[in-house]
Design a protein around this ligand. Structure first.
Ligand SMILES: Cc1cc2nc3c(=O)[nH]c(=O)nc-3n(C[C@H](O)[C@H](O)[C@H](O)COP(=O)(O)O)c2cc1C
Length: 189
């Protein structure tokens, strides 16, 4: 089974990447194949609301979306991490999720029953809102969301500051362990 971790920060080696890596490390230890996708290395334009996906069953904008969406469809679990920007998820994350949501819906709900986990990281405020915002995507796509010991939020400003937020790190490790447990149960049935 495979879990992908999407790092929604435009900043390489930042706090979002650190947290997503922490989650993927737990899943790897549990025997899952894992892959990290950094949106900082990708070009994903925002949705143009053209509705071409209704006919194409794909997004007409030819960029890195297609490659990432294919990995989302192939994965058993999807982790989405975002920095908090003005109280919300980053535009890089929302560009991907808006397009992925529409294409998945037009193709016949292709993300249904995958496991999904959100991670939000802020300097000070907006993490819970962003966490909820990311979870809206999982819910509307019929995905299954494992819990943790807190909401999956953590705090830090500079690169890898989040290393000092031990409770945030533990929350992320716990949701990853619960995702591993959930996927093993689903696939054993
Ligand atoms: C444009 C911008 C807006 C931000 N807005 C907020 C905010 O609303 N609340 C907050 O606590 N931190 C805010 N921050 C700080 C980031 O959320 C914080 O530095 C985070 O750790 C960045 O994650 P990264 O290291 O993965 O890039 C903002 C940063 C930027 C660049």
């Amino acid at each position: 089974m495979k879990v992908i971790g999407i790092v929604g920060s435009p900043r390489m080696r930042g706090n979002t990447e650190y947290l997503v890596n922490e989650a993927l490390t737990v899943l790897k230890r549990e025997g899952f194949e894992t892959e990290m996708i950094r949106l900082s290395e990708k070009n994903v334009a925002p949705c143009e609301a053209c509705n071409a996906c209704s006919e194409l069953m794909d997004c007409k904008i030819a960029d890195d979306f297609q490659e990432i969406f294919e990995k989302m469809e192939q994965a058993d679990g999807i982790i989405v991490g975002s920095p908090v920007y003005y109280g919300s998820a980053s535009p890089q994350v929302m560009a991907l999720l808006d397009r992925a949501g529409f294409v998945a819906m037009k193709k016949g709900r292709t993300l249904e029953r995958k496991a999904g986990a959100a991670i939000a990281v802020a300097r000070r405020a907006g993490a819970n809102f962003t966490f909820a915002q990311l979870n809206y995507f999982f819910y509307i796509n019929g995905m299954i969301v494992p819990g943790s010991t807190y909401w999956n939020v953590a705090y830090g400003l500079g690169l890898e500051d989040v290393k000092k937020d031990e409770e945030g790190l533990q929350t992320v490790r716990n949701v990853a362990a619960n995702m591993a447990w959930l996927l093993k149960k689903i696939h054993a049935a």
